[in-house]
Design a protein around this ligand. Structure first.
Ligand code: KG4
Ligand code: ZN
Length: 351
């Protein structure tokens, strides 16, 4: 079953063709990072407009690279949420219209479940259920017990900033631009992680929730005390911040595995690209005899291969979308958790 995947939840316009939920035939990602860089973060209205410009060429490129045609596609899968409403609407509406015109079925995919699915793509030895997964990205830091492709139990999440968001905010404080994760990761190896002792925000050491705003404030205090740091001092701050992040993320993931009696763990989302975190988890997993799964770099950040891959399982289980279904924003997503009805107007895209 060949699925065309479409992703537009934030600042990447992506399309991919994946066979039977496993084999990636193409995966095209058009990043808007250059545009948002000067604003120090994603500007939702700009993101929506850029998705509009990119969506058709990106889909055409994905089909061409897969050496297939729209007619040969069996179904279309598109991110339904959570994400920026205006950005989501572009990919989601495109996918619905495209499938309708082609007379093919389509499915609206949960972006978070799709990140969890990224470890199953092009992987001859994927994790066995149940496993514990940490999804760490710019919008989320969630710990799950995953017992099936469409069954993930949320164990804990961040109460304030997401891990990637903390990286981005710290990079901004240090004048390193946006996005900040990769830059801090690179700088961290040049600095001394023990030069500055940043707090490890474990909250309850036995719990699975996270909180990174205090760590970010600790960096802000450092910068406040020394407004003109030398490159050496910036590297030390980056190293100290990264060491605190890696300690907390590693502790929580391993603790979840132990509590849930799982022998396999996964790290997914943009922050999974972090070299320091990768190295620490590899070492800890080997020590504890755990199977560790981290997707390749191309599948850590937002991409459409994970959408198409999971789309296969939505289709296989008959979870097709209706033409009148809508995207769900983060506001709607959280409102549903506390049983609130959320009315989203177009103003919801305001920063
Ligand atoms: O999954 P993703 O592409 O988009 C969201 O769904 O949010 O994640 C983007 C986030 C950004 O906050 C970025 O700074 C972070 O992932 N990131 C990293 C690294 N590469 C990207 N964080 C830490 N270390 C990295 N090497
Ligand atoms: Zn994402």
């Amino acid at each position: 079953m060949m699925i065309l995947g479409v992703e537009s939840s934030c600042d990447e316009t992506a399309a991919a063709v994946v066979a039977d939920g496993r084999k990636i035939y193409s995966s095209v990602v058009a990043s808007q990072v250059e545009t948002h860089h000067i604003y120090g973060g994603v500007v939702p209205e700009l993101a929506s407009r850029m998705h509009l410009e990119a969506i058709v060429p990106v889909v055409e490129k994905a089909l061409a690279e897969a050496e297939t045609t729209a007619k040969q596609i069996d179904a279309v899968a598109a991110t339904r949420g959570p994400g920026l409403v205006g950005a989501l609407l572009v990919g989601f509406s495109f996918a619905k219209a495209y499938a309708y015109a082609l007379k093919k079925p389509w499915a609206g995919i949960n972006h978070l479940e799709a990140h969890l699915y990224s470890v199953f793509l092009d992987n001859p030895a994927p994790p066995r259920f149940p496993f514990v997964a940490l999804l760490a990205s710019g919008g989320h830091t969630n710990l799950y017990r995953v017992s099936g492709h469409l069954q993930a139990e949320l164990l804990g999440q961040t109460r304030d900033d997401a891990a990637g968001e903390a990286y981005d905010k710290v990079a901004k404080l240090l004048g390193l631009g946006y996005p900040g994760g990769a830059v801090i990761d690179r700088l961290a190896v040049k600095g001394d992680p023990s030069a500055i002792q940043f707090p490890r925000p474990y909250l309850d050491k036995n719990g699975f929730d996270f909180s990174f705003s205090g760590l970010k404030t600790a960096v802000a205090r450092q910068v406040g005390e020394n407004p003109d740091p030398s490159p050496r001092q910036i590297a030390d701050i980056a190293a100290g911040f990264q060491a605190a992040m890696v300690d907390v993320l590693t502790h929580k993931l391993l603790h979840a595995a132990k509590t849930c009696h799982c022998r396999e763990i996964a790290l997914v989302g943009g922050v999974a690209a972090n070299r320091g975190l990768n190295a620490r988890l590899t070492k800890s997993a080997r020590r504890d005899g755990l199977g560790l799964h981290i997707p390749p770099l191309s599948l850590c950040g937002d991409n459409a291969a994970m959408i198409a891959g999971l789309g296969y399982h939505y289709c296989r289980t008959g979870q097709y979308g209706a033409l009148d279904s809508d995207v769900y924003s983060r506001t709607r997503f959280y409102a549903s958790k506390i049983n609130c009805i959320c009315y989203v107007s177009s103003l919801d895209t305001a920063p």
